[in-house]
Design a protein around this ligand. Structure first.
Ligand SMILES: Nc1ncnc2c1ncn2[C@@H]1O[C@H](COP(=O)(O)OP(=O)(O)O)[C@@H](O)[C@H]1O
Ligand SMILES: [Mg+2]
Length: 276
């Protein structure tokens, strides 16, 4: 299934995606199985710890990631086992979303999940690992190593992580190799959910190449930064797997409203309950 959003007339293509978010509507009725555009992650995530799902699990932001996880786990929906996280440009929050979403999956008691740093151009996920790993996906592919030499476990979770390994300017060949396909098959047998962080899809083909081994792609947009035309360009480049949905990250304006609205909704709801 491809998820398309139609645009209400009068919106400029260079307008940031968040200003037009309310005007996007799903054409496809099956969108409920995916993630709607309005899945908003709040601004100033970094005021909380970056790994908010693990380090501040009770927060509103962590709850957003758990909701994203639920939307991607609907049994009779798309329910992807392997999902690629990408976006149009650098700095839109791919790595942050990939890691926290993976942590949300990794909170499940019974089965293990895996997060892979497949941004071989500018590896990021190692920033959350100490000591810094020196082998990863790049070496598993190029040197045919056993994955157990590179996969690490994240303490107090059911999440494993495969770092990127040595950065390279030209990862297309590595990512297009049969070895990557073999590795993904092995991982599918071992993990319930696999989240893959990738480079931006507009300048580079890496994300779409990896998408070919996945069940779907989650596109991240950043409020105030990603324009509608850039989002559409990114959307059109997702060919290797279905688009699962679009996440609007770093929304500034309406979050307070949202939180306020939720809070009063819950208060009302419980107050009503008590009266009965
Ligand atoms: N919602 C947010 N609130 C605050 N900072 C954010 C948010 N999303 C991302 N960032 C910050 O922006 C920077 C880029 O995020 P990152 O996930 O590395 O982007 P990408 O992987 O798309 O290049 C990081 O410093 C990250 O902490
Ligand atoms: Mg990144």
């Amino acid at each position: 299934m491809r998820t398309k959003f139609k645009q209400v007339r009068g919106r400029r293509p260079n307008q940031p995606v968040d200003e037009a978010a309310k005007d996007f509507q799903a054409k496809d009725g099956k969108l409920a199985a995916g993630v709607p555009l309005a899945e908003i992650l709040s601004h100033k995530l970094t005021n909380s710890p970056e790994l908010v799902v693990r380090d501040n699990g009770g927060s509103f932001i962590a709850e957003k990631f758990r909701r994203l996880k639920s939307l991607l786990s609907v049994e009779d929906g798309l329910n992807p086992q392997v999902m690629v996280v990408t976006s149009a440009a650098p700095g839109e929050g791919k790595s942050l979303v990939a890691m926290n979403l993976a942590l949300a999956f990794g909170a499940s008691k019974d089965e293990r999940s895996l997060v892979i740093d497949a941004d071989l151009r500018r590896p990021t996920l190692f920033r959350w690992l100490s000591p810094s790993p020196n082998i990863g996906l790049a070496e598993l592919i190029s040197q045919d190593l056993d994955p157990k030499h590179a996969i690490l476990h994240i303490k107090d979770t059911r999440l494993d992580i495969l770092p990127a390994g040595k950065a390279t300017e030209d990862p297309d060949q590595l990512l297009g190799s049969n070895r990557l396909r073999d590795l993904m098959e092995q991982f599918r047998g071992r993990y319930k959910k696999i989240v893959i962080d990738t480079p931006p899809i507009v300048p580079f083909t890496d994300a779409d190449i990896i998408a070919g081994t996945s069940d779907g792609v989650l596109l991240i947009t950043r409020a105030g930064r990603t324009t509608i035309s850039l989002m559409r360009q990114a959307e059109s480049l997702v060919q290797g797997a279905p688009l699962l949905g679009i996440v609007l990250n770093d929304q500034k304006r309406t979050l307070a409203d949202w939180e306020g609205r939720y809070e009063s909704y819950y208060k009302d709801y419980y107050a009503r309950d008590r009266k009965q």
